[in-house]
Write a protein that binds this ligand. Structure first.
Ligand code: ZN
Ligand code: CU
Length: 529
């Protein structure tokens, strides 16, 4: 017998086609049938009257940093309540495999690596451990180039890898791909990724060509450097013979405001010339990252004590943090310290959310020195920067081919990050697109927005059988009210769940129906049905 019928919904199937009134039946973990209005419904163990609410494929978020969240927040509430049923982690060059990546990722999740139990030795084992946590949503992962480099090159990370080190990196990546990794990611503004040449990444990414997989990049700069940086990403894809994906597409810093259209033209021109490139975006005007991203390439957070012992080096360091140089963006110059807020900061949680300009003035030190002091106290300290212009966000969001992705971490108000000023995108990304930009502003049609959250990213990232409502597809579904769906998380009060989502199914199980229910998420392997 059929397990569940969701009856008389406005079905928006992910393909971009217009919605229609119909019913969807589920048996086991699959969609059994999609019935048009008037077609007879089968007898079922459970029936939900949708009453005109929208039924869509569960949302697929291809850019998260929830790599270890299943250990700390298996309920993954901030996403589940937006209707997200699958996340992709391992982004921006950092992944939980190789295991050397876990210190940083554990800090991001508000945990310690010692709480995770014994270390894993393979990508497959990482996925098994995720599965054993019984997360509320599905999780798939990329392998981070920065983590591979850190694992193989050990201490000396500014140099290029030697031939045998490159061979080891390639082998680790190949093994992970064989065990289900979706591809390779880079974070080229972060150490150690920023020390890699284009050549090095091409050599590594070419491992994807034969096995399949996507190359996803946090490009080498999103400010004045963004045109060159996006071009480098596309060049890497072309030379390695693999699909290239630009993560969190944006133009950042005052001088760049108004340039989003020009950046999209660059993507179009490259596509017309035959390059295979895609992109995702989060719908906010602030970015969030680690404070350590402000450091120039010649100093890593661990090296700060040494550098500070030399007054000349210290002076240069503070100047470059403020004005830019040696790969540092120079947020003081490009944006202004009043627009940069301290994010998670375990040594003094009460400072979280305050601007660096204000904190520096209070202490009577220049902002760049404050940055150094904060990093000495916690090298994983976070920050938010109000660096983008709303018009640019809208220009990119209106594009039917740029995916919606959050760049966030699964959290909850009661969880380990509940006390920090995290980015509201953790709670609001998908609901914000549907509520604010589709319903309130009419920036794009609902069907287009849903396609950007489902079928498009699923196809690109090799998530077979997901992202569409069709017979045989995995029964990941979200039922929401298009009249009320909205994000409630704000910068000043980020820990607020989205509204308007009524029912979420993950692998055919009821995961949310106003309350969190069964945790039925799986660790997904590339191409696996
Ligand atoms: Zn990133
Ligand atoms: Cu990221």
């Amino acid at each position: 017998m059929t397990d569940l019928v969701i009856s008389r919904a406005l079905v928006i199937d992910g393909s971009g086609a217009p919605g229609f009134v119909g019913s969807v039946t589920v048996t086991g973990d699959r969609i059994e049938a999609v019935l048009r209005e008037g077609e007879p419904e089968p007898a079922a163990a459970r029936r939900t009257e949708a009453g005109g609410l929208v039924l869509a494929p569960g949302f697929i978020d291809v850019h998260q940093h929830s790599d270890l969240s299943p250990f700390t927040e298996p309920g993954m509430d901030s996403y589940l309540r937006q209707g997200v049923t699958t996340c992709v982690v391992g982004n921006c060059g950092s992944s939980a495999f190789p295991v050397e990546g876990v210190d940083e990722l554990a800090a991001l999740a508000g945990a310690r690596s010692s709480e995770l139990g014994r270390p894993w030795r393979s990508f497959g084992e990482y996925l098994e451990r995720i599965q054993a946590c019984r997360p509320a949503m599905n999780l798939a992962a990329l392998v981070g180039h920065g983590t591979l480099r850190q694992a193989v090159l050990r201490g000396d990370q500014r140099r290029a890898p030697a031939a045998e080190e490159m061979a080891t990196m390639r082998r680790l990546l190949a093994d992970a791909l064989d065990e289900g990794a979706l591809g390779l990611s880079t974070g080229l503004i972060y150490a150690p990724g920023l020390h890699a040449t284009t050549e090095e990444i091409v050599e590594l990414a070419s491992v994807l060509a034969r096995r399949g997989g996507v190359y996803a990049s946090h490009v080498r700069g999103e400010d004045e450097r963004v045109f060159d940086a996006v071009d480098e990403c596309i060049e890497i894809g072309r030379r390695a013979g693999v699909p290239a994906h630009v993560s969190h597409l944006k133009v950042e810093g005052r001088a760049m405001w108004g340039r989003a259209g020009a950046l999209l033209e660059l993507l179009d021109a490259r596509r017309e010339a035959g390059d295979d490139v895609s992109a995702d975006q989060y719908p906010y005007t602030a970015w969030e990252t680690g404070l350590a991203a402000l450091l120039p390439s010649w100093v890593a957070a661990e090296e700060l004590p040494e550098v500070l012992a030399d007054p000349a080096a210290r002076e240069r360091l503070e100047r470059e943090i403020d004005e830019g140089g040696s790969g540092a963006e120079g947020v003081g110059r490009t944006l202004g310290w009043d627009r940069v807020m301290l994010g998670s900061f375990p040594p003094r949680p009460e400072l979280s959310g305050r601007s660096l300009a204000e904190l520096a003035a209070e202490r009577g030190v220049p902002p760049a020195r404050l940055v150094v002091e904060l990093l000495l106290a916690d090298r994983f300290a976070g920050m938010l920067g109000h660096g983008m212009d709303e018009e640019d966000v809208r220009t990119i969001l209106a594009r039917p081919d740029v995916y919606v992705a959050s760049d966030g971490i699964a959290v909850s108000p009661q969880g380990p990050l509940g006390g920090y000023a995290v980015h509201p995108r953790y709670y609001g990304t998908f609901a914000r697109v549907l509520g604010r930009y589709v319903r309130e502003e009419g920036l794009l049609p609902l069907e287009t927005a849903i396609r950007k959250m489902t079928a498009l990213p699923a196809e690109r990232f090799g998530l077979a059988g997901r992202g569409r409502i069709e017979p045989g597809a995995s029964a990941d579904l979200v039922l929401f009210d298009p009249r009320t769906v909205a994000d409630r998380a704000r910068y000043e009060r980020p820990h607020a769940f989205a509204e308007g989502v009524r029912l979420v199914l993950v692998n055919g199980r009821v995961a949310f129906d106003g309350e969190p229910r069964e945790r039925a998420g799986r660790a997904l392997r590339r191409g696996e049905r």
